[in-house]
Design a protein around this ligand. Structure first.
Ligand SMILES: [Fe+2]
Ligand SMILES: [Fe+2]
Length: 282
């Protein structure tokens, strides 16, 4: 079995300080083979916020890989944003903005989908899809980790990242199995399998630490890959109470190139205001 912890949207600088210890405890208790952070490590890309984020990552007792999100470029410092948008991330978190890691039977391909010129809308840059296809291992479970989702629920009317549909189609055909993303501050796991790409399971994490009340809760995921099976543990910490609740578990199996959700329970209802929250905070 290979265990991956998926965190997203930490937003250091606008984060729940009271939850940091509990989050670290849960992450380290999981004894993961790899921790994947899909962007927005900071709220405004400021040096002090990057120092806080780097200090947090240093307390994780597992290998960590991270890609930038749109909040990791300096929004208001225009010269810096256009000339050296990823300087803060590179210095504090890692110079490789699209790292690749192997862990057990899993291969995680990182992608920097942040566009300093449009700031909120993401982009899959020309040549990146070919690079990613070249990184797919036919013997591994292949995972793409990026900030902006490649698919969205119909209720989300934000623009998808440029070339997201092409990336999903071509990478799915090339053997990609899972996408890890964030950005919307809204959980979705398996809700898009019926939307034309049943071979690629997108796990979209909510925000792990952002303190905006409209987000209503913080959360992260623990993924256990075993053969063709995948168990997803969702750890939720409602803002109205202290710490994390016991995790919920979802089960999936892959066969014939298609993922199947094994849980027949009712769909998780969308939180009131969650779509609005996605607009304001992502
Ligand atoms: Fe974002
Ligand atoms: Fe975010």
């Amino acid at each position: 079995m290979t265990r991956i912890v998926h965190l997203s949207d930490l937003h250091f600088g606008l984060h729940r300080g009271d939850l940091v210890g509990a989050l670290l405890d849960r992450i380290n208790h999981a004894r993961a083979d790899l921790v994947v952070v899909t962007g927005d490590l900071t709220h405004r890309g400021r040096p002090g916020q990057f120092r806080q984020a780097a200090g947090f990552l240093a307390r994780i007792n597992a290998p960590v890989m991270a890609v930038p999100g749109n909040h990791d470029v300096p929004l208001y410092n225009i010269p810096l944003r256009f000339a050296w948008p990823f300087a803060g991330f590179s210095e504090a978190i890692g110079a490789d903005l699209a790292p690749t890691r192997a862990a057990g039977t899993v291969r995680v391909l990182g992608l920097n989908s942040t566009d300093p010129f449009s700031w909120q809308r993401g982009v899959i840059r020309r040549g990146e899809i070919d690079r990613l296809i070249g990184g797919i291992d036919p013997l591994a479970t292949n995972i793409l980790a990026l900030h902006h989702p490649l698919q969205q629920l119909p209720a989300i009317d934000k623009e998808l990242a440029t070339r997201a549909p092409e990336a999903l189609r071509r990478l799915g055909a090339a053997g990609l199995h899972v996408v890890l993303s964030g950005h919307l501050h809204l959980w979705d796991c398996g809700g898009l399998l019926a939307c034309g790409h049943p071979g690629v399971l997108q796990i979209q994490a909510g925000t792990a630490l952002c303190s905006r009340l409209g987000d209503r809760q913080n959360e992260f995921a623990v993924l256990d890959f075993a053969g063709t099976g995948l168990t997803v543990e969702r750890h939720v910490a409602p803002m109205a109470q202290e710490g994390f609740q016991p995790p919920e578990r979802l089960h999936f199996r892959r066969g014939g190139g298609v993922w199947q959700a094994l849980d027949q329970g009712p769909p998780v209802p969308m939180l009131p205001g969650a779509t609005d929250t996605a607009f304001r905070t992502a």
